[in-house]
Design a protein around this ligand. Structure first.
Ligand code: GAL
Length: 397
C-alpha cells in the first residue's frame, strides 16, 4: 500500500511535471503576449521627441510628413527612412498611417513605392522628401506631391514629383516629375527684371550686389526656360478649393507659392515669389480667421535653426515677416527640429498643430517627431515646448 502510494506519488509528480511544462509552454506565450500588449500602448497625449509607436507597437516611420483629413480619418504621410546614412535616400517610399484621434496611428503600409526600374525618376536610391497629399473634390482623386532629387545627382535636380490614387492610403501611381512653371514669369516680377542681363556667374556670391540681384530675380531668370527649382515643400488647399504648393526655390534663397491646376496634378501658371533672398526652408502654412500664416525654418541642412513666421491677407501676398514663433528654452533651435506641416484639428476652432522633424542624419530611421500646439497671440503664432500635452489644451486656454 505504502509502495503503491509512493508509485502513485511518482506518477503524479511526473504527470504534474508534464502538465506543468505543457502549461508552462502555454504560459510562456502569455508573457510574450503581455509584453506585446505592453508595447502596444494606447496613447492619450502627445510626447514630443519620444519614441512614438503605431497600433502594432512598431515605431512610426513617416518623416518630413504631412496630414490629410478625409471623412473622419487623419492620414499621415511621410518619408519611410531606413537605418544608417543610406536612409537619407529613398529605399522604400512614402509610408501612410491612419488615425481618428491623432494619438494612435494604424499602419496603412507604403502608399508610394520607389521603383525597381533604374530609368524611373523615382528609382530606389533617389531622394524623395516631404510628401504631402491633398484631395480633389472634383476628380475624387488623392494627389501626392513631393520634393524629388534624381538618383546620383545629389540635390541638383530640384524637381516636383506627383502621384495619384483613388484611395487615401494608396497605392499611389507616380505620374511624372517636373520643374514648375517653365517659361512663365512670377506674378510679382517686375518687367525690367525679365530683361536684365545679370548672370549668376558674373557676380561674387553673398556680396550686397549679388543679394540685390537675387532679390531682383537672378535665379528666376536663369531657370526661366527649364522651370523653377523645387525643394522643401508643402501643399495647401484653400477654402475655395484652389490648391497651392509652397516650396524653396531659387537655390533655396526664395520661397515660391504656385497655384495648381483644377485637377491638382500640374501647375496653373500662376505663382509668386515670397521673401526673396530670405533663405527659407521647411515651409508650413495654415489659415486662421481669413489670414494666412506661414512657418518656415532657416537653411542649415539637417541641423536645426531658428524658425520664422509670416502673415498675409491673400495667399499670393504681400507676406509680412513676424519673426520666430517659438518661445522659451531652445526656441532659437526650434526645440531641435525643423518645420514640416501645420495641421488644423478637425472640429476645433483655432486649433493648429505644429509638426516638426528632429532629424538624425546618421541614423535617419531614428528621427523624432515634434508636435506642439500653436497659440495665436495678437495675430501672431506662438509655439512653446511641452513635454506632453493633449487636444484639451486647445479648449483650456
Ligand atoms: C534640409 C531639408 C531636408 C533635407 C535636408 C538635406 O534642409 O529641410 O528636407 O533636404 O536639408 O540636407
Amino acid at each position: 500500500m505504502k509502495m503503491n502510494h509512493r508509485k502513485y506519488l511518482i506518477v503524479a509528480l511526473i504527470a504534474t511535471f508534464f502538465v506543468y511544462t505543457g502549461i508552462s509552454g502555454v504560459l510562456a506565450t502569455v508573457p510574450v503576449q503581455t509584453t506585446k500588449e505592453q508595447s502596444v500602448q494606447v496613447y492619450h497625449s502627445f510626447h514630443p521627441g519620444s519614441i512614438w509607436n503605431d497600433t502594432n507597437g512598431k515605431v512610426i516611420n513617416a518623416h518630413g510628413g504631412g496630414i490629410l483629413y478625409y471623412k473622419g480619418t487623419y492620414y499621415w504621410f511621410g518619408e519611410h527612412k531606413v537605418a544608417g546614412p543610406i536612409g537619407n535616400t529613398a529605399q522604400v517610399g512614402v509610408h501612410c498611417y491612419a488615425s481618428k484621434d491623432l494619438y494612435n496611428w494604424k499602419d496603412e503600409g507604403i502608399a508610394l513605392h520607389v521603383s525597381d526600374d533604374p530609368h524611373s525618376d523615382i528609382t530606389k536610391g533617389c531622394v524623395l522628401e516631404r510628401p504631402k497629399v491633398i484631395y480633389n473634390k472634383k476628380t475624387h482623386k488623392f494627389v501626392m506631391w513631393f520634393h524629388l532629387e534624381l538618383k546620383g545627382e545629389g540635390y541638383s535636380a530640384a524637381r516636383a514629383g506627383v502621384a495619384v490614387s483613388d484611395r487615401p492610403e494608396g497605392p499611389y501611381t507616380f505620374l511624372r516629375s517636373m520643374r514648375p512653371n517653365a517659361g512663365i514669369w512670377p506674378l510679382n516680377f517686375k518687367k525690367s527684371w525679365e530683361t536684365s542681363t545679370l548672370q549668376p556667374d558674373s557676380l561674387k556670391g553673398w556680396t550686397p550686389a549679388w543679394m540685390k540681384a537675387v532679390e531682383e530675380g537672378l535665379f528666376v531668370r536663369r531657370d526661366f526656360k527649364a522651370g523653377q527649382m523645387f525643394r522643401d515643400m508643402t501643399a495647401f488647399v484653400d477654402t475655395d478649393g484652389k490648391a497651392y504648393l509652397i516650396y524653396s526655390s531659387e537655390e533655396n534663397l526664395t520661397l515660391q507659392i504656385a497655384q495648381l491646376n483644377d485637377n491638382y496634378t500640374g501647375f496653373s501658371g500662376k505663382y509668386v515669389r515670397v521673401f526673396p533672398g530670405g533663405h527659407n526652408e521647411g515651409p508650413a502654412i495654415f489659415k486662421d480667421n481669413g489670414k494666412y500664416y506661414m512657418i518656415t525654418s532657416g537653411c542649415t541642412g539637417w541641423a536645426p535653426n531658428s524658425a520664422r513666421s509670416g502673415v498675409a491677407t491673400s495667399i499670393f501676398g504681400q507676406w509680412k515677416a513676424l519673426g520666430n514663433p517659438c518661445v522659451g528654452n531652445d526656441s532659437d533651435l526650434t526645440f531641435h527640429s525643423q518645420s514640416t506641416y501645420i495641421l488644423p484639428v478637425h472640429g476645433m476652432k483655432n486649433a493648429f498643430i505644429f509638426m516638426s522633424d528632429r532629424w538624425n542624419p546618421r541614423n535617419p530611421i531614428d528621427g523624432r517627431y515634434i508636435w506642439l500646439p500653436i497659440k495665436m497671440s495678437k495675430e501672431k503664432p506662438i509655439i512653446k515646448w511641452r513635454k506632453s500635452w493633449n487636444l484639451n489644451d486647445f479648449t483650456n486656454r
